[in-house]
Design a protein around this ligand. Sequence first.
Ligand SMILES: Cc1ncc(C[n+]2csc(CCOP(=O)(O)OP(=O)(O)O)c2C)c(N)n1
Length: 354
Amino acid sequence: MKKRPRPADAILTLFRSRRQRMVRGRCGSEEEDAVSSSNPVAGPIEMLRQMLLIRAYEMKIVELGGKGPFPHVCTCVGQEAAAVGVVAALREEDRILTNHRSAGHLLARGADPGRMLAEVMGRATGYCKGKSGTLHISAKELGVLLTSTIVGGELSLATGVALSKSMLKEKGIVACFFGDGAAAEGIFHESVNLASVWDLPVLYVCENNHWQAFVHRDETMRGAFIAPRAAAYGIEGLTVDGNDVEAVHAAALEAARKVRETSRPFLLETYTYRLRGHMEPEPAAGADPKELEHWLGKDPIARMKRTLLERGEATPEDIAAMEAEADAVVDAAEAFAAASPMPAPEELTTEVYA
Ligand SMILES: Cc1ncc(C[n+]2csc(CCOP(=O)(O)OP(=O)(O)O)c2C)c(N)n1
């Protein structure tokens, strides 16, 4: 009998516990330990590890997308710091709603890359039993309620989830990830306005990546930033360097604290750049080569590696080992997904709502 590949989460667990010791040993501050009680992944080394995993996963998608086992997928290459920094500031009781560039949010929340790839390949072992396909993965067990491909769809639903939390007096806040394109839609204004009027605990996170599908933000917006729009709704807003994972994390911790304490929404903008094209298979076609080069120089992963080396918190060998482990996790994920069965035909209409 053929040996079944090991589920990626088994390898991931091993990977995590090893990295965990590294986090504690070298850079565990009191604040990190406080966060660790609800989210054990907030140290700088661990944040780099997560970004490496996300990059390895997305590059696997790029590779597989080119070979054609599934239709288009949107990657978050270049935006890893935004995902990791914010998700590390969340607690177990918090909920996440996101958009079509969701792999980083899911992986940062602890999703198993094997089940994610299985979902992308339409397999029964995927997070949604293969029914969500490439663009709609949600994982209720991780509190990731929605990946929306209706641009801005997550904004109104996040506001609704926060309303429900507030009415039921449940603990926790709602984090809602969306792009600058969504912030140009009417639903952004309606959602933020209502959340402000009704005092709802939503952390709106705009990943301003300069692109709206195939259109550059300069062609659709006056002004480069989204956060100043918060003032129009009487809430706080802040723009942070979205390629500096520690800056994002610090800003998100503070923003989430305010949302928890006041039950008021907050608009956090991570200023970043989409380093690949809108959808795979497609490189960053259409991007101004100079602009792309400028942002490649600000790659959040290369930057965090430099920071850790400069501060003496990691050696080149540590980093090389982390990269090799991320690749191994993703290779195991691919093997698990590829060996997984397709859903049974009688599953077609179960758990589907129209
Ligand atoms: C309501 C709606 N309008 C248009 C589209 C087509 N579309 C898909 S992604 C996208 C761009 C979204 O840009 P942004 O919100 O900035 O997110 P990004 O892709 O940059 O992460 C568009 C227009 C859609 N899916 N839904």
